[in-house]
Design a protein. Structure first.
Length: 295
């Protein structure tokens, strides 16, 4: 789209903002059917574009994103031409035209953000930034427009989970508009998201690259399998001396596991003896024999 924007030829802006040819034809037909046909008067086209943009703003406030986007496309139809071909004498008219184009494009980006068309936000913002670069309006207007477009790009990237791209876009917005509290808050949010994503990514790759013993060694300290895995990991990471030393630790871990198992077996045998004794004295015949024996 860069080469097309650089020429700013008539009728080339709408396809950049609305890739669907079907929608383009629908918008143009709607303009013809609703008293918004293309006029040959410069001032009339600007007035109609302003009116359509205002209608789009009202629809956006009501939450009707689709209808608002349609009105903005219709406004672009009125503005989709250039006065640059008429030389320096038409410069002030070209500035009026480009100012309105950038306002509509910015509103289109806001609409797509509200519609959660995050990829579309970036596409619209890219076109707006290029037109802003070509238009060369006054510095204050250019900075304000570019800051808003970079902010919208950052918000869209943040919503998509592209935290690194969001940080880059929002840093540009903050540099252009350092006093904007909303931009600073979004930048802080994106920075935190980037840190969290970095930690998560490191953890994911660490788990993928870990050996079986490394995974087992992260278990509870009192488990025999964990103790053995830790011993093997220390031996693997150490040298020959560490191997001789850790062999004793491995033996100690095995002895500890065997002692725990022996204790469990002894406790089971004790429970079994206790249950046999109680069942013997609960039998009347065995009880009478016992009393005659001791009598």
């Amino acid at each position: 789209f860069i080469s097309k924007c650089s020429r700013m030829a008539d009728g080339e802006l709408l396809p950049l903002l609305c890739p669907s040819e079907k929608v383009q034809e629908e918008v143009k037909k709607w303009c013809e059917d609703n008293d918004y046909a293309i006029s040959h008067m410069f001032e009339t086209r600007l007035e109609k574009a302003d009116e359509l943009r205002s209608q789009g703003n009202d629809l956006l406030k009501e939450g009707d994103c689709k209808a608002a986007q349609h009105r903005y496309y219709a406004a672009i139809v009125q503005l989709d031409f250039s006065m640059a071909q008429y030389g320096e004498g038409a410069k002030k008219y070209e500035e009026q035209l480009n100012t309105r184009k950038l306002k509509v494009i910015t509103n289109l980006a806001v609409t797509r953000l509200k519609c959660r068309d995050f990829a579309g936000v970036k596409d619209i913002a890219d076109v707006g930034l290029k037109i802003s670069e070509i238009a060369k309006l006054d510095e204050e207007s250019t900075r304000a427009t570019d800051a808003k477009l970079w902010y919208l790009t950052g918000q869209a990237n943040l919503e998509r989970g592209f935290s690194e791209d969001a940080v880059q876009a929002l840093k540009k917005a903050a540099a252009l508009s350092p006093g904007d509290q909303k931009v600073r808050q979004s930048l802080a949010q994106a920075t935190e998201a980037k840190k969290a994503d970095t930690v998560t990514a490191k953890e994911v790759w660490r788990n993928k690259l870990m050996t079986e013993d490394e995974v087992l060694s992260r278990g509870a300290w009192w488990r025999p399998a964990t103790a053995l895995a830790r011993c093997r990991e220390r031996r693997r990471r150490g040298g020959c001396c560490a191997r001789r030393q850790l062999t004793e630790e491995e033996k100690a871990a095995k002895e500890h596991a065997a002692a725990m198992e022996a204790e469990e077996q002894e406790a089971a045998r004790a429970r079994l003896r206790s249950s046999r004794t109680s069942s013997r004295y609960s039998n009347p015949m065995l009880r009478s024999r016992s009393s005659r024996h001791w009598g």
